[in-house]
Design a protein around this ligand. Structure first.
Ligand code: TNX
Length: 626
């Protein structure tokens, strides 16, 4: 029997010898989305190409616009020497026959929110955008320029009409379990901007660290930003008694936070700050034990992972302090949303407390769940009084939802569905949907330490944020989607990038692209390799996917033809047939392999992909038996 392992259709059209010399870039010509991630709403290709040369003139009608300035800076940094001209200052007709790129916010006609139109013809590129849409059009244009490899090069003619599916397209970063400095946060924001993600959820406080300076309560960072040591390995594993014995900490000054907010604003990214309460608050309690129901107990900033039993006590003093903290947070962050956490709040401390028992009866609450609602409701009232809205994790539904709250559904979609049915806005971020980027990217034991789980790129990509059980009205309450990077097991910026990439690109497409345009094979094999090639050259870390066609499997038969697609432009695929793990000293895959297995024999095809910068995939293994 003859088996062919995964040959993408478009390859059939290309004679074997020629395709050896084509890079992934060449395949972009067959790609209906011109290599763009996230795939646009509509791309109509035309004949010919626009040539970008040093003489190309850039005409702008709003030189002071943030997005236009961003483009100018990009051109300068990337070494382009083109002249930028303010159209208001010149006779536009003079340029009508010249080779130009026009950026215009003064378009006529309809344009969806955050939308843009990009027309590429032989002489001219015209980009029109609405609000953030200009910025997103610029990101698309930059991706197309990148596609030409040389900086100066050509872009195929086309008309692109584009706008996002959801208004909220989020990425989260936990800086409490491990701290990530301002430079890294900016790098993360750069990535988000490239992929048209517009909300950065900054998880600033947790049991293991308080990371934002609060002037009124200095001990939050003096005490709460530093833990004595950190757990080694899995919290519940056989190594669970091991600690590193090394103090660990870090926090952002308010000045640094303001700088990051400004940086994000320049990229049309809103920041949602999260201050956790009433659970996940041990760092705050270690700083101010009076926040707990048992101030004498003795507390230290968390050193292990998991859920702490020590939580905030719902006293007037606690609320006074939280109001003071939130006021400084709201003075710093200009966005509509303040995330108040609300997840995983064990009720043991409240059950033991006479004060809580009295409060439950005074307030005619049912039980401790009612107390949690009372807590969140009181905080919501304060946040609303300052003109802002709260977001909480789906536990805030338990015991009754605060009247204006937006719910982040993380324990599956149930909380999100219930909240939407109650008429509340919802952001979908279920771990079960592949949106927990702290989960492993495959089942292989070669993956680095993670919290576990299995969220391969294909799973994240396939996530559909609007549950079918919701009716049309309720569906409108699903305002978007977010992926979370919890960092218990992510101690370095490199690993954060490794876990976030390439899944962040999949999240981008889930949040932006109409479902009908989503196509995993096209995304992963035709578009992603070039993006990863660029990120490789730009010094980002990421998980190198296994070569397409080489994924672990067992197949039986006598004759096999194996054809592989490189997951990263410019990377090399090495293989062995002798059972050993391949490395760069082994055979390089250059053209399809024809393999024959005698009867009653077994052969292993093992591959590794190594990028130009030296990043390596895990070793894949196809077992062929006859
Ligand atoms: C649950 S998601 C948590 C986090 C952990 C995460 C690990 C959520 C609201 N709470 O505190 O870091 O799981 O995956």
């Amino acid at each position: 029997m003859k088996h062919t392992i995964q040959i993408p259709n478009y390859r059939f059209l290309i004679p074997g010898l020629i395709f050896l010399f084509l890079s992934n870039a060449a395949f972009a010509q067959n790609d209906p989305y011109m290599g763009i991630i996230p795939a646009p709403v509509s791309v109509t290709k035309a004949k010919g190409e626009f040539k970008l040369t040093p003489e190309t003139i850039i005409l702008v009608d709003t030189p002071d616009n943030k997005a236009v300035k961003f483009f100018n800076n990009y051109l300068k940094k990337a070494g382009y020497v083109n002249t930028v001209i303010d159209m208001g200052q010149v006779d536009r007709k003079k340029y009508s026959l010249k080779n130009t790129i026009t950026l215009s916010l003064n378009f006529k006609g309809e344009m969806p929110l955050e939308g843009y139109h990009l027309q590429i013809s032989e002489n001219q590129v015209i980009l029109e955008g609405r609000g953030a849409g200009m910025f997103y059009g610029i990101q698309t244009l930059i991706q197309l320029l990148h596609g030409s490899n040389a900086g100066y090069g050509s872009i195929p003619c086309a008309v692109i009409k584009d706008h996002p599916r959801f208004p909220y397209r989020g990425m989260h970063l936990d800086v409490a379990r491990h701290f990530f400095d301002v430079d890294f946060v900016k790098k993360y924001l750069d990535l988000m901007a490239m992929y048209k993600l517009n909300n950065f959820h900054w998880h600033l406080t947790d049991d293991q660290g308080w990371r934002i300076e609060i002037k009124k309560y200095p001990k939050l960072t003096e005490v709460g930003a530093m833990r004595a040591q950190t757990k080694i390995g899995r919290a519940a594993g056989p190594d669970s008694m091991l600690y590193d014995g090394t103090p660990y900490g870090g926090f952002y000054t308010q000045e640094q936070i303001a700088d990051v907010i400004h940086y994000a604003e320049d990229r049309y990214i809103n920041i949602v700050p999260e201050i956790e309460m009433p659970g996940h608050s041990l760092a705050a309690i270690a700083a101010y034990p009076e926040l707990s129901c048992d101030p004498e107990k003795g507390y230290k900033v968390g050193e292990n992972w998991g859920v702490s039993q020590d939580v905030l006590c719902p006293t007037d003093e606690t609320f006074k302090m939280l109001d003071g903290i939130l006021l400084e947070v709201m003075e710093l962050f200009p966005g509509k949303y303040i995330h108040i956490g609300g997840d995983e709040c064990p009720k043991i401390a409240w059950k033991k407390s006479d004060f809580c028992r009295r409060l439950i009866s005074e307030q005619s609450l049912n039980d401790e769940n009612g107390l949690q609602s009372y807590f969140v409701g009181r905080i919501e009232k304060y946040v609303n009084s300052q003109g802002r809205s709260i977001i909480g994790w789906d536990e805030i539904l338990e015991g009754g939802l605060a009247p204006n709250a937006t719910v982040m559904s993380w324990r599956g979609e149930g909380g999100g569905i219930a909240a939407a049915q109650l008429g509340h806005d919802v952001i979908m971020t279920p771990g079960s949907g592949g949106l927990y980027l702290d989960h492993a990217q495959s089942k292989s034991p070669q993956e680095p330490l993670s919290i576990g789980g299995n969220a391969p790129l294909s799973k994240t990509y396939a996530y559909e944020p609007v549950p079918a059980v919701l009716n049309t009205e309720q569906q409108k309450h699903v305002i978007g989607v977010q992926a979370n990077v919890w960092t218990e097991y992510i101690a370095t910026p490199e690993k954060a990038e490794y876990m976030a990439l390439p899944r962040m690109m999949a999240v981008s497409e889930v949040g932006w692209t109409p479902p009908a345009n989503k196509d995993y094979t096209n995304f992963s094999q035709q578009r992603l390799p070039n993006h990863l090639g660029k990120l490789d050259a730009a010094g980002f870390d990421f998980r190198v996917p296994i070569a397409y066609g080489a994924e672990d499997t067992t197949i039986s038969g006598g004759n096999f033809k194996v054809e592989l697609v490189s997951p990263v432009a410019g990377a090399k695929i090495y293989y062995t047939l002798d059972g050993y793990a391949p490395r760069e000293t082994d055979l390089e895959y250059k053209s399809p392999l024809t393999l024959t297995i005698p009867e009653h024999q077994t052969m292993h095809l093992k591959t590794i992909t190594i990028t130009p910068s030296g990043k390596r995939s895990i070793v894949s293994d196809i077992k062929m038996e006859n």
